[in-house]
Design a protein around this ligand. Structure first.
Ligand SMILES: [Zn+2]
Ligand SMILES: [Zn+2]
Ligand SMILES: [Zn+2]
Ligand SMILES: [Zn+2]
Length: 384
């Protein structure tokens, strides 16, 4: 009995060793067992490798969106297994239609990263004379949206578990689909762009609207600006503070992340269509330094912190951005407790005294002093 049992184990044992030793790859594949799929536009390959799923890449009949093919010269190598697993994950994503696709009964371009799900039927946008496919455009938004997520996560010590939902951004070729979708998912009937913040953050835009005119830069920066709003609104507790007294934090942070990525602010937090005026052409440091120095006898914070995001003037948006800029630079570890406090409607007076150990007057003085020391007298000239 014992002998038979031992014998039956032997073949399994050898089989294991055998299959491991076979998968060594060859010279042709650099001993990886896999080679790169050449079917994809070069300029997209890097961005494709940074996303969790892209519905366009997934349609590749050779690599199924994994960007890797089995090496034709050998039986496989150390990376064969991860390629197959990646293909399985992609196939799973491709199979499951999104809620949006089910509602519209058609398939959409979908680009998904850890924090951001970009989708829509956008065909093409333009940057001056250059044409950019809707697919590439969505990758640009996903990539820069993730840059914002990296900054937000660092500022707030946030982990994936601190978000309740991915941020959904929808870019439409036609007004009809945009209207249809926001009517169904957001309970609104607005024309240009629309966002829903807090729980299940969503943003939808008709890219051909008069204001946007399929302009790549405007739509790209608009999307990334809104990723900032969405992440902060969904973080820790699903509550949008912009309409309950934390407007300065909501607006200040969205502008801050937009400026951090693009070095310029192009968007305002209220209906972007009705309100296109911008403070100092979106270059705010020197202008605010001058403004604060000229108005050194007026007190700003007590009234600024009572404003709702949608009712701020262009100047107030810029001031909110600067105040947030000061917090990021001087009190980064206090961003999380202040945001949590605002989501619980704790008054700023209490939050500042508890976390900054300053009253309103001292906070304002510290912020103004910092602006005077750190913002330039003149905006540096830049090549664009
Ligand atoms: Zn090989
Ligand atoms: Zn793609
Ligand atoms: Zn391919
Ligand atoms: Zn905004």
């Amino acid at each position: 009995m014992v002998g038979a049992f031992l014998l039956s184990l032997v073949p399994f044992f050898w089989q294991d060793i055998d299959s491991v030793s076979i998968l060594e790859g060859c010279r042709k594949c650099d001993f990886r067992g896999v080679v790169v799929c050449k079917n994809h536009p070069k300029e997209l390959v890097e961005m494709e490798s940074q996303v969790e799923f892209c519905s366009v890449a997934a349609q590749c009949e050779d690599c199924f969106g994994s960007f890797l093919l089995a090496c034709a010269k050998c039986e496989g190598g150390p990376q064969t297994d991860s390629m197959l697993k990646r293909r399985e994950v992609i196939a799973q994503h491709a199979q499951e239609a999104s809620a949006l696709e089910k509602f519209l009964e058609s398939s959409l371009i979908r680009v998904q990263t850890a924090h951001i799900h970009v989708s829509g039927n956008l065909e093409e946008v333009r940057n001056k004379k250059k044409r950019i496919s809707g697919h590439a455009f969505m990758h640009h938004v996903a990539r820069d949206g993730e840059r914002v997520a990296t900054l937000v996560n660092a500022h707030f010590g946030a982990k994936p578990k601190h978000y309740r939902s991915p941020m959904f951004l929808w870019f439409w070729e036609d007004l009809e689909t945009h209207r249809n979708v926001i009517g169904h998912f957001l309970g609104s009937g607005t024309a240009g762009d629309f966002k829903w913040l807090g729980k299940d953050p969503r943003f939808s835009v008709h890219c051909g609207d008069e204001t946007f005119g399929f302009d790549a830069v405007t739509l790209h920066t608009l999307g990334v600006h809104n990723v900032g709003h969405m992440l902060v609104s969904n973080l820790f507790t699903e509550v949008w503070i912009g309409d309950m007294g934390g407007g300065w934090f909501d607006s200040g942070s969205a502008h801050w992340y937009e400026e951090a990525v693009f070095q310029k602010v192009r968007h305002h937090c209220i209906d972007e269509i009705a309100y296109s005026a911008n403070y100092s052409n979106g270059l705010w440091r020197a202008a605010l330094r001058k403004h604060l120095a000229r108005n050194d006898d007026s007190v700003i914070l007590p009234s600024l912190v009572r404003k709702l995001t949608g009712s701020m003037s262009a100047l107030e948006h810029a001031l909110s951005w600067s105040f947030y800029d000061w917090l990021v630079n001087q009190h980064p570890s206090k961003l999380a407790p202040i945001l949590k406090g605002l989501k619980k409607r704790t008054p700023e007076r209490d939050l500042f005294s508890e976390y900054l150990e300053m009253n309103f007057r001292q906070t304002e003085e510290a912020w103004r002093d910092w602006v005077g020391e750190n913002y330039p007298k003149k905006e540096p000239s830049r090549r664009r």
